[in-house]
Design a binder for this molecule. Sequence first.
Ligand code: SAM
Length: 236
Amino acid sequence: EGILYLVPTPIGNLEDMTFRAVRILKEVNWIAAEDTRNTMKLCYHFEIDTPMMSTHEHNEMESRQHIVEKLRMGENIALVSDAGTPCISDPGQYVVQAVIEAGLPVVPLPGANAAVTALIASGLTPQPFLFYGFLSRKKKEREQQLRDVLNRSESVILYESPHHLKQTLADLKKWMHKERRIVLARELTKRYEQWIRGTVDEVVEWAEEGEVRGEFCLILEGISEDDEAVLQAEWW
Ligand code: SAM
């Protein structure tokens, strides 16, 4: 039987590809990619010419079965997403579940991931932390998530797209204690990597200065015991 490898790819800087990741991508029979055109560029750079198959959200059901069949036939497959670690706010989770259910081996490789990279240089308490990924765009679900996030005593890591960042900051600011800190990690590992660290007001001010561009992780300081009373008294 074959092995499903979960292979992280860089989140900006190509040098963050590991030697092992390159070797596995060269050695497997198939690369299952979120966007084959995108992964093709990476493969070109590292001189990898392994055949590819596509596995994105819209064909996940089908590709799950396809992957399980190939593994049963003894073929090895590497699962990659467009950037960073597969399954982390990226497709892959259902493929992994199907492969485990089929009783076949899954081998994960460590590698690039925006959340942990942002956390370690945030200056906020690294553990415990809560990884949230993207907040929902659906009103009710989002409100519930915001309530959860704001009441957490752990550092909370969010992913956000540039055009939703201002809205998310505004939503957080509305209910946050003024002294509570936020850290934005922008364009991690890239040429214009930038860190915005401050109280919620300071970070909102930064975002209001101009157009928000690039990729962001947002880390929210955990709530302190003193703040909790404030929050609950004012809540919604
Ligand atoms: N699987 C990826 C990982 O392991 O980090 C995350 C993929 S998710 C679809 C994309 C989001 O991750 C972006 O919207 C942003 O919030 C965050 N992200 C990815 N690359 C980043 C970077 N270079 N700098 C800051 N945030 C990044």
